[in-house]
Design a binder for this molecule. Structure first.
Ligand code: FES
Ligand SMILES: [Fe+2]
Length: 452
């Protein structure tokens, strides 16, 4: 039989996977330099990663800088309307070419010796070329491009792996849920992304966003008590809860009303008038109408969240729709970029209200995001505990597993794909996140496996 070679990280991941099968996770895998380095190599350089929204670069030459790990890339729309992701390192001596975070340029000129590239990446200018580079084949010296760049309903993803599956296949069944919202209308980001660097391991923040409904009544109690959130005045028994794992390796927390309504995440009627069902099935359109809100995590770096809340004492409840791009920037360090998505056809007043609403809840000034950051920084710091490492302290991921079925079960009549549990007392979403993490962290990832 063929012997599969494993390295030290593979052995470590296999041990973590064994723990996970028993509902346990070692705290020491957070804030760990060896793991952080392998994550860039095995997860962020192999998976499809979110890099931005098409509406950030609407016209030819529009560009912005994005990072995969610490590597800078230029996300740019070229003169033909195509979207490129170019490694922002000059092919001559490796200088970082772009000095601005965003802008518009037909060409990028290196500030060191002046090599000049078109916004599609081709090398087109070399100063004094005839004096020293007369025979250089410029076709071979363009900027290095990401292996694949593809969009899904305006969300732009890239992979650095030539052999990666197509984006649609990577998103898999998650598309049913994305479509039910993203195909209601055309969406765009409003304003500049808010950028925060925090002392947080990206995995702690990710599994929080992957559907940790259990923390809401504790961490966010002050916002609930102040009636700032949608669910504050909605009877629990009017809702059907979906904690959904096994959605092609991604995880969701989705809440819908038990009966027909046109709630649509709590948008005001002028915005709801823009929503149409002609690009999705009737089941998906009804599902969107009945949606109270949702929290989706596209592995490994995109969080989408939409709920309704209140953004001021004189304002009615309104929805927010947040995109958060998470980039690990070294062990225990996370950069988050955050945008608000709004319907492109909404009025400037409606867009302004939606943006303010999002800022009130998420962003470093938001009442919910701050709650979470105060917790996840503590976990990241706590993972450095020498005693916890010495005794290999394990954490519990057993809620709602086979032994601890709790009060919940499968959601009856859940219309979408995946396995849905009907209350917050299950770690199914977190177990989905960690099983994906274990799969990609192996030097040879296996096909997607089902999990419990
Ligand atoms: S390093 Fe860019 S032109 Fe020399
Ligand atoms: Fe939270």
């Amino acid at each position: 039989m063929l012997q599969v070679e494993r390295d030290a990280m593979d052995e470590r991941v296999l041990s973590i996977r064994q723990d996970l099968e028993n509902g346990l996770l070692p705290l020491g895998l957070y804030n760990d330099p060896d793991i952080a380095e392998s994550e860039i190599d095995r997860i962020f350089m192999r998976c499809w990663v979110f890099v931005g929204h098409e509406s950030e670069i609407p016209g030819p030459g529009d560009y912005c800088i994005r990072y995969i790990g610490d590597d800078p890339f230029i996300l740019v729309r070229d003169e033909r309307g195509g979207i490129q992701l170019l490694l922002d390192l000059c092919r001559h001596r490796g200088t970082q070419i772009c000095r601005a975070e965003k802008g518009n340029a037909s060409h990028f000129r290196c500030p060191y010796h002046g090599w000049t590239y078109k916004n599609s990446g081709e090398l087109v200018g070399i100063p004094f070329r005839e004096n020293g580079f007369a025979d250089l084949d410029t076709n071979e010296w363009g900027l290095i491009k990401a292996a694949k760049v593809q969009s899904y309903e305006g969300l732009v993803f890239a992979t650095l792996d030539d052999n990666a599956q197509d984006l649609e296949e990577y998103l898999g069944d998650l598309r049913w849920y994305l479509d039910s919202i993203l195909k209601l209308t055309e969406w765009e980001v409003v304003g500049e992304p808010q950028r925060t660097v925090m002392d947080v391991d990206w995995k702690v923040m990710s599994e929080n966003s992957a559907g940790d409904g259990y923390h809401v009544m504790t961490t966010h109690k002050s916002a609930i008590d102040l009636n700032l959130e949608a669910r504050s005045d909605i009877p629990h028994n009017s809702l059907k809860m979906g904690h959904i794992g096994q959605v092609s390796g991604h995880a969701l927390h989705w809440e819908i009303f038990n009966s027909d309504t046109d709630y649509f995440c709590g948008y005001q009627s002028d915005v709801k008038a823009l929503f149409k069902g002609d690009r999705i099935s009737k089941t998906q359109f009804d599902f969107a109408k009945r949606t109270l809100g949702f929290n989706a995590y596209i592995f490994p770096n995109l969080s989408l969240i939409s709920y309704a809340g209140i953004s001021g004492i004189d304002r009615p409840k309104n929805s927010y729709f947040i995109l958060r791009l998470r980039t690990p920037r070294g062990p225990g360090k996370l950069e988050e970029m955050l945008w608000q998505l709004v319907p492109k056809g909404a009025s400037p007043t409606a867009k302004d209200l939606l943006q303010k609403n999002g800022i009130t809840h998420f962003t470093p000034a938001g009442n919910l995001e701050e709650d979470d950051i105060s917790i996840v920084t503590g976990i990241t710091r706590g993972a450095l505990s020498k005693y916890a490492r010495k005794i290999n302290m394990k954490l519990s991921y057993q809620m709602g597993d086979r032994k601890n079925s709790g009060t919940g079960g499968l959601t009856k009549g859940w219309p979408g794909p995946g396995v849905s549990y009907d209350n917050s007392f299950t770690d199914v979403c977190q177990r989905t996140f960690w099983s994906q993490w274990c799969r990609w962290m192996m030097s040879r990832p296996k096909p997607l496996e089902p999990h419990s």
